[in-house]
Design a protein around this ligand. Structure first.
Ligand code: SF4
Length: 123
């Protein structure tokens, strides 16, 4: 009998501890998601306030960030005549924005950037 009381108490205590932990994790995760979605609403290409914003990947998911690395994206091309701005895969900045985008991955791209998939813009 005494053993049953102990087991029941242990079970109830652990149940509430686990519930509290899950609730805390849910609140933290929910808060992060809300912040991410707020940033996502500002647009994938960043905003209009300058160079630093083209480095802001806070609203971009990890898979898309990894694509940048796999494709060898750098924010400043080391080739004089080859950069994102004259690449056929470059997405021009939306009105008022300084950061462009790329067809290959989400997020802001520097016009002066470059990656291994650079293709000359023939138009
Ligand atoms: S493919 Fe590479 S070089 Fe071309 S726009 Fe995208 S990141 Fe820039």
């Amino acid at each position: 009998m005494k053993n049953d009381d102990y087991s029941r108490r242990t079970f109830i205590r652990k149940f509430f501890q686990l519930g509290s932990a899950c609730l805390g994790f849910g609140m933290v995760a929910g808060g992060c998601q809300s912040e991410d979605s707020d940033r996502k609403d500002e647009g994938d290409s960043g905003n209009s306030s300058g160079r630093e914003d083209c480095e802001d990947l806070s609203g971009i998911n990890q898979e898309e960030i990894q694509k940048r690395e796999v494709y060898g994206y750098v924010k400043e091309s080391s080739y004089p005549n080859m950069s994102c701005s004259n690449c056929s895969l470059y997405l021009e900045p939306e009105s008022g924005n300084k950061c462009g985008g790329c067809v290959l991955f989400d997020g802001p791209v520097f016009a002066e950037g470059y990656c291994d998939y650079w293709e000359p813009n023939e138009s």
